[in-house]
Design a protein around this ligand. Structure first.
Ligand code: HEC
Ligand code: HEC
Length: 369
């Protein structure tokens, strides 16, 4: 007998959930893709909330009350793994995996939004950057822990489906993912009007949030930092320090480094960059006041952390954090005519002279033909 088990909204949800989670997972490590990553993250948040509500108001097999969450049943089905009882909805193992998965997805999304706010100063929780930036690493690590855990659950889930396929081709669990039908003796589901409207609105909202976050500069992705006008803050700094190279934001080096550099301008990386005393003092004070210690930005925080105990460094490009973040860029790229030196930050970071290093403004110049 053939029975309709998974209604259309359940199947559409499943497809979106799987595709969005994989996209978010594989874009997580790429800075350039952070808007994409976060946009899918928000949409996943809507989907998982929908699915949790659906677990109470959805059709029978989608309800949590239909899940077999009894350790005894789980044991039984594992012991009789090659000859287990048939379940129209989720079998005990799948039920446990599903419930854990929904909880882990929810935690991944929440910690993701927290990390985005605290570390990047972006998104709906960007206001948490100022009070909690010192914890950015912790939140990032918790988020990564949950996302890895999630992938383990996904792997378990997929293995479960493959196992069913091999053991029990007849029921056609795999096909039911697409067409909703299983070959099993059980009552079919039907949806009422409320369930249809609720699903349409919720799944539509997930799509809307995704597109809105991707294509509009909104509260979902906006940064709480604003560009800095160094010209206004200290015009001598711009005139004297921006003439030979990129105007390096003061927040990219600690106080000690600026102090050391500004006390030895006669021998500045092999050049004489000396200034009259009044200008030198003014710039030195400006740099020290706005050094990495006074910034809540991700780059400042990690640069400081990476050179703890070694503040003799006076080049940003010598800091372990800078080296790590640029390790994947081939050395030959830095010597291109369009770039020339790795210290030429503005060739790749078009907003750096406004004190910003936004992920979407990173662009490696192409070789001109
Ligand atoms: C006469 C030219 C000149 C002037 C003026 C000058 N610099 Fe430099 N600076 C250099 C050179 C050359 C380098 C080495 C760049 C390289 O490695 O390609 C350098 C490197 C640096 C670096 C290290 C960049 C890195 O590799 O991370 C910092 C920071 C820096 N300068 C700050 C300043 C500041 C602050 C001022 C203003 C007080 C200043 N510079 C003025 C020529 C100059
Ligand atoms: C050849 C191009 C290039 C140059 C030159 C370059 N960068 Fe980068 N930078 C990149 C790329 C690409 C990334 C992103 C790497 C990634 O995705 O992890 C990056 C990442 C960074 C980051 C981390 C981004 C973040 O979210 O905070 C910082 C900070 C940074 N660069 C600072 C600098 C500074 C300062 C200089 C100059 C001293 C510089 N970069 C020079 C290409 C460049």
């Amino acid at each position: 007998m053939r029975a309709y088990i998974w209604s259309l909204p359940t199947r559409v949800f499943h497809m979106m959930f799987a595709a969005f989670i994989l996209t978010a997972y594989f874009s997580g490590d790429e800075d350039k893709l952070s808007t994409l990553h976060v946009s899918f993250g928000y949409a996943i948040g809507i989907l998982v909330i929908y699915r949790i509500i659906w677990g109470f108001v959805g059709p029978s097999y989608s309800r949590f009350s239909d899940f077999s969450l009894h350790v005894k049943e789980l044991k039984e089905s594992v012991l009789n793994i090659f000859n287990h009882k048939k379940y129209a909805g989720h079998n005990p193992a799948a039920s446990f995996v599903m419930i854990t998965m929904f909880a882990v997805v929810l935690l991944t999304v929440i910690t993701g939004i927290l990390t985005y706010g605290i570390q990047e100063g972006r998104g709906i929780l960007s206001f948490l950057n100022t009070p909690y930036f010192k914890e950015m690493k912790l939140f990032k690590e918790i988020h990564e822990f949950f996302s890895t855990f999630l992938m383990v659950l996904v792997a378990l889930h997929v293995s479960g489906v493959i196992f069913e396929r091999v053991m029990d081709k007849e029921t056609d669990t795999l096909g039911s993912i697409v067409n909703g039908h299983k070959n099993i003796d059980a009552p079919s589901v039907t949806l009422n009007l409320f369930q249809k409207i609720f699903s349409l609105l919720a799944l539509g909202a997930a799509m809307d949030v995704l597109l809105y976050s991707l294509f509009f500069n909104s509260v979902l992705t906006r940064s709480h930092y604003s560009p800095i006008s160094y010209q206004k803050e200290n015009s001598a700094f711009v005139a004297e320090c921006g003439s030979c190279h990129t105007l390096y934001p003061p927040s990219l080096l600690p106080r000690a480094s600026w102090s050391k550099m500004m006390d030895n301008l006669e021998d500045h990386f092999g050049e004489d960059a000396s200034l009259d005393e009044a200008t030198r003092v003014s710039i030195k004070e400006y740099l020290m006041k706005n050094s990495a210690e006074s910034s809540t930005k991700e780059s400042a925080f990690y640069i400081l952390e990476s050179i703890k105990g070694n503040q003799d460094i006076i080049a940003i490009t010598q800091t372990p954090y800078w080296k790590k973040r640029h390790a994947e860029i081939d050395k030959s790229i830095f010597s291109r005519n369009e770039i020339k030196s790795k210290a030429n930050c503005k060739a790749c970071h078009s907003d750096i002279e406004k004190g910003m290093i936004e992920d979407m403004n990173i662009k490696i110049p192409k070789i001109k033909a």
